[in-house]
Write a protein that binds this ligand. Structure first.
Ligand SMILES: Cc1cc2nc3c(=O)[nH]c(=O)nc-3n(C[C@H](O)[C@H](O)[C@H](O)COP(=O)(O)OP(=O)(O)OC[C@H]3O[C@@H](n4cnc5c(N)ncnc54)[C@H](O)[C@@H]3O)c2cc1C
Length: 366
């Protein structure tokens, strides 16, 4: 499964269904009604304007949003949000990393990195199955993530950490959903929305449609759709000396576009053809320049990190390939967003710093 594509597909499907979707935005406080003590909204900080404006001293835009019920679905970060309403709320998350079959306790951090011990442990385990020794230098990319193992604060047995999800109400107006797994996201979403409907006494016009709602790109898509792409489109590529030459939409690229974007792959292919953005971004991988433009225009892609880790998963597959692709990704982003000067330099530094965390052997900044 491609986590990055499924995740962005869900956000875009929600937007299409009428949700107001915002990325690079954090809930920094909750809004509580002084009389009733009910949570009625949240203060949101736009992290993108912070990022752009940090060249000056502007702190970025913050604004309030209001709702009948606020759902806190912030995974391993959910305790921090719960404590915005009640600083005495007991923790419900035991953040945890997993290497092979071994769980280790971890601290909550937005960019956790694997330890040398965890990497050695996995290499040693691989060694039991292969005849060759796998070295650190053979690793294409290494990363770590926090699994939110949840403890139900209202359970009598406080020792029972759940591998399933928990829906918990700390105070009126605030519902927290945490724990669970990617594979159970549909039932997590349904349980959270059902709890919000009940708690807020909401009157929806229909029952939950999530289980049979097609994700954006599913409409008219078939496993064989890539053949139509390969037969009907060319990839127009600009060479280093500026000449535009045609290239075939080979099966590996067509399959990649079709499996990543579903029926929207045709839009990506047309950008590759009509706007001379048909070159591969990294040797050996099917990612195209056109995808950067498509993701900026249609998928809220705001930075090079968004592209290499949250619209595609190139950084997770091969950190050197992602580094090789970076200059061109930033160039296409800059054209789309009208960036120049300091903004470009900042983007490069941020993305390179991010990629450093995927290297097994850390390099000193040059
Ligand atoms: C390395 C790893 C491997 C895994 N493998 C599998 C697997 O194979 N199969 C499987 O089913 N599950 C797997 N999981 C578990 C699965 O990824 C998680 O259970 C799932 O992502 C939890 O979803 P969530 O939406 O609750 O939280 P998250 O996916 O963590 O999403 C929470 C979001 O909230 C955002 N956020 C945090 N604070 C704030 C704030 N103040 N304001 C606004 N937004 C905020 C975060 O940026 C994040 O985007 C794995 C997890 C890890 C770490």
């Amino acid at each position: 499964m491609d986590d990055s594509r499924l995740n962005v597909g869900l956000a875009c499907t929600a937007a299409l269904a009428g949700a107001a979707v915002m990325n690079h935005a954090a809930a920094v406080d909750l809004r509580v009604d002084g009389d009733s003590g009910r949570v009625v909204g949240a203060r949101i900080q736009d992290k993108l304007t912070v990022f752009i404006l940090c060249l000056s001293t502007d702190a970025g835009k913050a604004f309030d949003v209001y709702a009948e019920v606020v759902v806190n679905a912030t995974g391993p970060f959910c305790d921090a949000v719960r404590k915005m309403a009640n600083s005495d709320a007991p923790n419900m998350i035991s953040p945890n990393t997993l290497a092979g079959t071994t769980d280790s306790a971890a601290s909550v951090n937005s960019l956790p990195e694997p330890t040398k011990e965890e990497i050695d442990f996995i290499l040693q385990a691989i060694g039991d199955y292969l005849n060759i020794q796998v070295r650190h230098s053979d690793i294409l990319s290494s990363w770590s993530g926090l699994r939110p193992l949840a403890l139900d604060p209202s359970a009598k047995n406080t020792e029972s950490i759940s591998r399933d999800h928990i829906v918990h109400i700390d105070c009126p107006g605030l519902i927290t959903i945490s724990g669970g797994k990617w594979t159970t996201y549909l039932s997590m979403a349904e349980d959270a929305v059902d709890a919000a409907i009940k708690h807020g006494n909401l009157k929806p016009s229909n029952a939950c449609v999530t289980s049979h709602l097609p994700i954006l790109g599913a409409y008219k898509w078939e496993p064989s759709s890539f053949t139509t792409l390969a037969q009907s489109c060319v990839r127009m590529k600009r060479t280093r000396n500026g000449k535009v030459i045609p290239g075939t939409m080979d099966a590996s690229v067509a399959k990649h576009l079709s499996s990543s974007y579903g029926s929207m792959a045709e839009q990506v292919a047309l950008i590759a053809q009509d706007e001379n953005l048909g070159k591969r971004l990294a040797h050996g991988y099917p990612y195209l320049e056109a995808e950067v433009a498509y993701c900026v225009r249609n998928e809220y892609c705001e930075s090079a990190i968004d592209f290499i880790a949250r619209r595609t998963r190139l950084a997770f597959l091969d950190v050197n390939a992602a580094a090789q692709a970076l200059p061109r990704i930033i160039q296409v982003l800059a054209t789309e967003r009208g960036w120049n000067g300091e903004r470009l330099e900042r983007e490069r530094m941020d993305a390179e710093g991010f990629l450093q965390t995927f290297k097994t052997v850390k390099m000193l900044p040059s």
